[in-house]
Design a protein around this ligand. Structure first.
Ligand code: MRU
Length: 341
């Protein structure tokens, strides 16, 4: 997304891959609705969007602390949301009785730029883990749409492709919202990367058949001990990877680490609307986007949006400062001495 003429512009991800449309949010409420409604999604992206939401509050005259609370309550799991908000709130001391709008917008822009740079650097470090023709399995969308410009899990793939490594990608469809089928597959088409869409449950079989060389996903919150929350279904891929001796990496900027959360048990897991499970949405033969019901009217649903992969199943974190082992000591060390990595 981007700041343009005193408003936040964004691509409406709910319409992909069938329509590419942008929209603008000019109030904090509109920013919050774009995040809760999933028009804008993906951990680093919602952190940047929320940061620009605070900048918007300075132009509309809304109270900054109300704006902070509204935006923080949009989604509970991705800690990047809080990081984006805290970064801009710390930057704008009041001038007289008003917040310093220029300083706040400057901080939002800096946060945006630093997420772009982090995503780029994740690609640089992550591409070293790929060999020529590596077959990468990824889950959900941790790409352009989820993290400014390069994505996180996709950044090593995009970097490797530009270096002539010819990566191949297994795109896990990611029920129930299908971020893999709808957004990651669309990115792969646009990047010209050879890929196949698979059912989420096909990952384990492909790993058993030695058709996957490496699994790379993104993350929404990494606890101090390395336990990692990401899109529901990530844990199953990690278990299958371990059972088959395949490396399982999380590609993530440092803004996704939450050293105040001790372990995965303490990470809040978002529970989403049952409509996401009982309806499927897509393009009809006549070119309209429509949804159809797939489960009986009487059936009740449980729809956790994220799961937690224990640190013991994670080979390492591909970050902007290098590849970090998934141990509490390594995580603590990177926040003490980021340069060393
Ligand atoms: O519910 P979503 O679509 O916002 O979930 C997104 C994910 O789980 C991504 O894998 C995660 O945010 C990392 S994005 C770089």
């Amino acid at each position: 997304m981007w700041w343009e003429g005193g408003a936040v512009g964004y691509i409406d991800q709910r319409l992909l891959p069938h329509r590419f449309e942008s929209a603008t949010a000019s109030t904090v409420t509109q920013v919050a609705e774009a995040i809760t409604g999933m028009a804008v999604r993906g951990a680093p992206t919602i952190g940047v969007m929320a940061a620009y939401g605070i900048a918007l509050a300075t132009t509309t005259g809304e109270s900054l602390s109300d704006a902070y609370d509204t935006l923080l309550s949009t989604r509970p799991t991705a800690v990047n949301l809080k990081v984006g908000l805290d970064t801009v709130m710390a930057a704008g001391p009041d001038v007289g009785d008003k917040p310093d709008a220029a300083a706040i917008l400057g901080a939002a822009r800096m946060h945006d730029n630093s997420e772009v740079t982090a995503a780029r650097d994740i690609g640089r470090h992550g591409a070293k883990l790929l060999a020529h023709g590596s077959r990468v399995l990824t889950h959900c969308n941790a790409g352009w749409m989820a993290a400014q410009d390069w994505g996180t899990a996709t950044s090593p793939i995009y970097t490797g492709a530009r270096e002539g490594m010819n990566p191949f990608v297994w795109v896990s469809e990611t029920r129930p919202r299908l971020q893999g089928a709808r957004i990651t597959a669309w990115e792969m088409v646009n990047e010209g990367i050879d890929h196949r869409l698979i059912a989420d449950s096909a990952g384990a079989q492909l790993m058993r058949q030695r058709k996957v060389d490496i699994v790379i996903t993104g993350a929404d919150r990494i606890a101090a001990n390395g336990d990692t929350a990401n899109k529901i279904g990530t844990y199953s891929h990690a278990l299958a990877a371990r059972a088959n001796g395949i490396p399982f990496y999380i590609a993530t900027p440092l803004t996704t680490f939450d050293t105040d959360t001790p372990d995965g048990e303490s990470i809040p897991i978002e529970e989403r609307d049952e409509d996401e499970m009982v309806f499927v949405e897509g393009l009809t033969d006549t070119g309209e986007i429509q949804r159809v019901r797939v489960a009986p009217l009487e059936t009740k649903v449980v729809n956790p949006a994220f799961d937690v992969t224990p640190a013991t199943l994670i080979t390492g974190f591909i970050t902007e400062v290098g590849v970090i082992p998934a141990t509490p000591d390594a995580i603590a060390d990177v926040f003490r001495h980021p340069i060393r990595w």
